[in-house]
Design a protein around this ligand. Structure first.
Ligand code: AMP
Length: 279
């Protein structure tokens, strides 16, 4: 396994790999790898000749009052995980190499970036789209792997790839949970024991919503959201949103007729958690 920190050097290395007609699978991450990330690396390992994992805590997707500084960075442990999963390349650039002082270019996927998390994290998806586009140009992957954990992100990246003609196939993989239902997240380490218990209300409310739709034939989004609120409100410190949207277009829906995503974003203590379920 090779570790690259310099964008141009990795770009050059991949260019040579491509000359040999090898396929490149790419897993972009911010590190602090857990089984969710590992599931993406495994899928990439199965489907490609070369697997590249990026580990980069992207400053441009963090707001001024967010956790950029304290975001966990257990780099040595991450390197071990990538190695044991058979990754070929880690790309871990210093921020100044991705955003030099005179950096000016950003990508915005209009509309989709302004709703759900975008309403509460201004500029977040502009930062995500920009870093993913940069990483695609450096790594030149045939396939790139994203998790359903960040549902809105996956829709935005697919739209960017279509709109800007990136020659990459986007593969969206299932959301990995703990046994008790908590969605795996690098931010779960911020939770105290008591907060972690309260955080379970997210996955429970989502599972309950799925049951209401599938077994009790409840179709009103308003009714489902109100049931979810009852479960989430007493366990959280602030609800950013609980929403039901079309799973393809992210349009808000009133009555459930086709595939929807039910998505929540809440604070438990000072930690912002997101979770979702597709029904
Ligand atoms: P992050 O390091 O949080 O930027 O996540 C990197 C990638 O891993 C993204 O595509 C996430 O959607 C994905 N990911 C994070 N958590 C999970 C999870 N619990 N299950 C599946 N994929 C995940």
């Amino acid at each position: 396994m090779r570790i690259f920190t310099n964008p141009a050097k990795l770009q050059n290395y991949i260019k040579n790999i491509k000359l040999k007609d090898k396929t490149v699978g790419f897993v972009p991450t911010m590190g602090a790898l857990h089984q969710g990330h590992i599931s993406l690396i495994r899928r990439a390992r199965k489907e490609n000749d070369i697997v590249a994992v990026s580990i980069f805590v992207n400053p441009s997707q963090f707001g001024p009052n967010e956790d950029l500084k304290k975001y966990p960075r257990p780099f040595e442990k991450d390197v071990k995980s990538c190695k044991s999963e058979g990754a070929d390349v880690i790309f871990a650039p210093p921020p100044k190499d991705m955003y030099p002082e005179n950096y000016l270019t950003y990508i915005t996927v209009e509309k989709l970036s302004a709703l759900m998390c975008g309403k509460f994290r201004h500029g977040h998806f502009r930062g995500v789209a920009t870093i993913v586009a940069k990483l695609f140009n450096i790594v030149q992957p045939d396939r790139a792997y994203f998790g359903l954990k960040d549902f809105q992100q996956s829709v935005i990246i697919k739209k960017m790839v279509t709109d800007l003609n990136f020659p990459v196939k986007i593969i969206v993989c299932p959301l990995v949970r703990e046994k008790d239902g908590l969605a795996l997240s690098s931010r779960n380490v911020y939770l105290s024991c008591e907060e972690r218990k309260r955080a379970l209300s997210l996955s429970r409310s989502l599972q309950n919503a799925k049951n209401l739709i599938e077994y009790k034939n409840v179709k009103s989004a308003k009714k489902i959201i109100s049931e979810m609120k009852k479960m989430i409100l007493p366990n959280t410190d602030k609800i950013d949103y609980i929403e039901i949207r079309d799973a393809e277009t992210l349009e808000e829906i009133k009555y459930i007729k086709k595939k929807v995503v039910i998505a929540v974003a809440v604070f438990v203590g000072k930690t912002r958690l997101i979770d979702n379920i597709v029904v």
